[in-house]
Unconditional design. Structure first.
Length: 595
């Protein structure tokens, strides 16, 4: 449960956070990569005398789990000596929310550990000793030798053996290869796109079909500062973007589960859907702060919960409508409940788009943010298109009229002649990278003179070393004047919007440069955090960020469309997907929700 109590939190407090260490006895810098076509993570350490390889994986990633595994979550680890011989250690010290230590009881084949309300079970292929706060073992591995370990929540799922651990590891690898085989992307950067797709899948919560924005809390946007937020929840915006991307890549099943989940949710606000939920659909995300912990590199406070759940963010419903349209276009099964949800979203937008809101950045001061108006237009425009496809075209007249009114108002009040760019908010000459949503979402074409001028201003004013920051703090309500790059890091989704805008305008070389710069800091794992220090090129903020991963994929796809050969390959894959779906269509079954 991503948003549950913390058992391993050493990232936020090394002494009180809890951890599970398996590797060389002495601290040694290692490197990481993923096993090819798998979500298994490999960490390697190497010296002149020895080489060790640790493989981590989580079994049973599928929604329909094997018998007996439905309620359990497990981490499976294998430490292997590749060369020489090395002294190694296993140290397991879980904690209950940075507090009480585990109570350990030996049992056949391992240990039982009580940590607060959690019951854990540990099995290892070598004996371990019970200590005051967990388990510990020191041993030497020689070339070719290995140690297996499984830590599971709930029941131990029977007796573990090396043979069973090996079999489960292989089954998990088979699942990922099969899942990847169902994706239809045939364009460039295929390995990185598939890695992003796997990251999206890994951030999903199988029992509900929801997705978390990131698996971490309170990793700072400014080291040593207080911009530390809890992202272990399901934002409608981030999850909708992610499911739209997976639908484009060929997986509409996970999008359907998400749509089913959303359609059954309530709201603690006047909006039909609140901005963010707990991963089980809960609506209470009351924020709690802890200043008694160490914090990541001294960054406090640590937060649990998120205040955004009570905000009005008009943009949120636009991403949902975008997701629903793409899901429908890709042949996803359509249900009446989805239409009812979208109709309510469109009606709410119709009634409220003139109001100020907190904007896409969840700012502390409500205003008439241009991005909110643009995304209100997107909500209505996408819902109209869905209505036309699903037999509800007669309900769209009011929405169409509002679309025209919003468009006209943004062109008049959202544009600044002095800036020669679209504004952050009405009546103020401040710049915001969210203006790049105007071409990204089709509000205006990317080669429109105002879009070209805005893109140029964003690059001149908000960009350092190719990475785009959200805004200037001194020109944004609720913040004091801090120089660009010092208030917070560059926001990676904005950086990918810049690449997307360049690609859509036919400037493929510029888009390539932006993408290559971002890929250089993602390393072998291909994962993106929320932000980056543009000068040191180190990540900031929670990581990996769902929003960053999916905007990266969008930029890659748009760049492929901008290059004739890549576009042909890309379209070939999409056509193959649609042909396959048509050929496997059963008589009497509706296709793509069209009636």
């Amino acid at each position: 449960d991503y948003d549950g109590s913390v058992v391993f939190g050493a990232l936020l407090d090394a002494d009180r956070g809890g951890y599970w260490r398996l590797g060389p006895d002495l601290p040694t810098l290692g490197g990481q990569h993923y096993l090819e076509n798998s979500a298994a993570l490999i960490t390697g350490w190497s010296t002149e005398d020895w080489e060790l390889e640790l493989t981590d994986t989580m079994p049973w990633p599928q929604d329909n789990r094997v018998e007996g595994a439905a309620e359990s979550r497990a981490v499976l680890r294998r430490l292997r000596c590749v060369r020489g011989e090395a002294d190694c250690v296993l140290a397991l010290q879980p904690r209950d929310n940075f507090g009480g230590a585990a109570s350990c009881t030996p049992r056949d084949g391992g240990l039982s550990l009580r940590v607060g309300d959690h019951m854990l079970g540990l099995w290892t292929s070598r004996p371990v000793e019970v200590c005051s706060d967990g388990a510990h073992s020191q041993f030497r591995l020689r070339e070719g030798e290995e140690v297996w370990a499984v830590l599971a929540s709930g029941a131990m799922l029977g007796v573990w053996t090396i043979d069973r651990a090996t079999s489960v590891f292989r089954e998990t690898g088979d699942y990922w290869r099969h899942w990847l085989g169902g994706l239809t992307y045939t364009g460039p950067r295929g390995d990185r796109v598939r890695r992003s797709a796997m990251a999206v899948h890994l951030l999903s919560y199988a029992p509900a079909g929801s997705l978390v924005a990131a698996p971490t809390t309170s990793l700072p946007e400014r080291v040593g500062g207080d911009l530390n937020w809890d992202y272990r929840f399901a934002w409608v915006r981030d999850a909708s973007l992610s499911l739209a991307v997976l639908s484009l890549l060929g997986d509409t099943q996970v999008a359907r589960r998400y749509m089913d989940w959303l359609a059954g949710l309530g709201s603690s606000t006047d909006s039909p859907l609140q901005v963010v939920y707990r991963i089980n659909g809960g609506t209470d995300l009351t924020e709690r702060k802890r200043g008694d912990l160490e914090g990541y590199r001294g960054s406090l406070p640590i937060r649990f919960g998120n205040r955004a759940s009570d905000q009005r963010q008009l943009d949120s419903l636009g991403y949902l409508a975008e997701c629903a349209l793409i899901y429908l276009q890709q042949g996803g099964e359509w249900r009446d409940e989805y239409w009812e949800m979208l109709r309510r979203a469109a009606d709410y937008t119709l009634e409220n788009w003139r109001l100020p809101d907190s904007g896409i950045w969840e700012l502390p001061v409500e205003a008439h943010y241009v991005s909110g108006k643009v995304m209100s237009w997107v909500t209505l425009e996408r819902t109209v298109r869905i209505a036309e496809r699903t037999g509800h075209g007669g309900e769209t007249c009011r929405w169409r009229l509002a679309m025209e009114e919003i468009h006209s108002e943004v062109m008049e009040r959202g544009w600044s002649e002095r800036l020669r760019a679209f504004r952050q908010r009405y009546d103020e000459d401040s710049l915001d990278a969210s203006a790049l949503l105007i071409p990204v979402m089709g509000f205006l074409p990317a080669d429109h003179p105002r879009v070209l001028a805005t893109t140029e201003r964003v690059e001149e004013t908000l960009t350092i070393n190719g990475f785009v920051h959200r805004f200037l703090a001194g020109e944004t309500p609720g913040y004091t004047d801090v120089p660009l790059g010092e208030f917070e890091g560059a926001f990676l989704p904005c950086t990918f919007w810049l690449a997307t805008t360049h690609a859509m305008a036919g400037r493929a070389d510029e888009a390539e440069k932006v993408l290559a710069g971002a890929e250089a800091i993602a390393g072998d794992l291909g994962l993106f955090a929320e932000q980056v220090d543009a000068r040191s090129r180190t990540f900031l903020g929670n990581t990996p960020l769902l929003f960053s991963q999916v905007e990266y994929v969008r930029a890659v796809v748009e760049l492929a469309k901008a290059r004739p050969l890549d576009r042909a390959r890309l379209m070939g894959g999409m056509m193959g997907q649609r042909t396959s779906r048509f050929l496997t269509h059963e008589p009497g079954e509706s296709r793509g929700g069209e009636r």
